[in-house]
Design a protein around this ligand. Structure first.
Ligand code: ADP
Ligand code: MG
Length: 139
């Protein structure tokens, strides 16, 4: 076990629902420190680049449209096994399958509008963090 960093996004539905504070509270209570954070609005190219790994999936265009419809909050979370810990706090991709007490179970609308993103592995975390933050913006 080691201290890790992971990339979190509160997606447009989460910002619209007014739960930024609630989500941050769950991260901090769950042992994750917010090492960087900012609100941005992604354009199409930014969202397509972020989700490039999914570009052959049937939901890709819809996902990009959703992720660009309003502002998001991107953050770097740091802590023991932060990547896995954040995935536990978020819950399963499909809120219908997410465990009780997870962010997605409590707030997500459906499998697409599922409130939060979290990196899924060390390599993707490294790429995703650098996609939004310079080293000098992470504390
Ligand atoms: P996760 O965000 O849990 O890592 P994936 O990487 O598989 O999930 O998918 C990325 C995002 O694409 C999901 O968070 C969700 O917003 C969207 N998505 C995944 N599967 C579907 C689907 N079957 N239909 C619509 N959107 C989906
Ligand atoms: Mg993923």
């Amino acid at each position: 076990m080691a201290t890790e960093r992971t990339l979190s996004i509160i997606k447009p539905d989460g910002v619209e629902k007014g739960i930024i504070g609630e989500v941050f509270n769950r991260f901090e209570k769950g042992g994750l420190r917010i090492a960087a954070t900012k609100m941005i609005k992604m354009d199409q190219a930014k969202a397509e680049g972020f989700y490039a790994v999914h570009k052959e999936r049937p939901f890709f265009n819809s996902l990009v449209k959703f992720m660009t419809r309003g502002p998001v909050v991107v953050s770097v979370l740091e802590g023991e096994s932060a990547i896995q810990r954040n995935r536990e706090i978020m819950g399963a991709t499909n809120p219908a399958e997410a465990a009780a007490g997870t962010i997605r179970k409590d707030f997500a609308s459906n499998i697409e509008e599922n409130t939060v993103h979290g990196s899924d592995a060390p390599e993707t975390a490294k790429f995703e963090i650098s996609y939004f933050f310079k080293d000098s913006e992470i504390f």
